[in-house]
Design a protein around this ligand. Structure first.
Ligand code: GAR
Length: 228
């Protein structure tokens, strides 16, 4: 298979994986999803992978109770599959610094908040409690500090009167899917790097994440929010 060679890590539903598979199968995105790894045996995302004939692997924390051993097993598998990019799509486990550092600039995470706001869990309720006017999703490079690596792209939505965390999550989900596909497209068409803790696209630094436009694409090259 040709295209950007991705390994997906997930813990749950797998709707983002399903979106990647659909984008690959429709020819929208040249993707080679080489394997899917989960830390949860019951993750529906593992079944989505199996149904698409993608190797679906469980790395069970019960078998590897020590974080170091868990991460070592994960490293071994990543080494085996040789992905160009590791995509954390709802992977709800913290990875150790050694593992993260050994995949510097090649590991990205999708997070349901407008980072740097609301790292970690319960992002929708925290935005509601703070009285924010907007919320959204971010894709960032994974670095040892939780949800704190350089931002790559972001999608912003308004918080509406009467919103609850559930309503906000449901409204964000299709937008997250668009953001992920557009970001993977960016990786497949450009050289996207993490240099000195900053996003670089085709060698140029970007201090801010690329915004998702209304048509579901990232603002195109040349109009990127480039650092002056
Ligand atoms: C997504 O909403 C993603 O933003 C979130 O998990 C969900 C996975 O959905 N990620 C995190 O919270 C990471 N901290 P999916 O399993 O349907 O793709």
């Amino acid at each position: 298979m040709t295209g950007l060679r991705c390994l997906v890590l997930l813990s749950g539903r797998g709707s983002n994986l399903a979106t990647m598979i659909a984008a690959r199968d429709s020819g929208q995105l040249p993707l080679d999803i080489c394997a899917v790894i989960s830390n949860r045996s019951t993750a529906p995302g593992l079944d989505i992978a199996r149904q698409a004939d993608i190797p679906a692997i469980l790395v069970d924390p019960i078998r590897y109770p020590e974080r170091q051993d868990y991460d070592r097993q994960l490293s071994r598998l990543i080494q085996e599959w040789q992905p160009e990019l590791i995509v954390l799509a709802g992977f709800m486990r913290i990875l150790g610094a050694e593992l993260v550092n050994s995949h510097h600039g090649r590991m990205i995470n999708l997070h349901p908040s407008l980072l740097p706001k609301y790292t970690g869990l319960d992002t929708y309720n925290r935005a509601l409690t703070a009285g924010d006017s907007h919320y959204g999703a971010s894709i960032h490079f994974v670095t040892p500090a939780l949800d704190a690596g350089a931002l790559i792209s972001q999608a912003v939505l308004a918080i509406e009167p009467g919103d609850t965390a559930e309503i906000m999550a449901a409204r964000l989900q299709p937008v997250e899917h668009q953001l992920l596909v557009a970001s993977l497209e960016l990786f497949s068409q450009h050289t996207v790097e993490l240099i000195d803790d900053m996003l670089h696209i085709d060698g140029k630094p970007y201090a801010k994440p690329l915004p998702l436009a209304a048509d579901g694409r990232l603002i195109p090259a040349g109009e990127f929010n480039q650092r002056s």
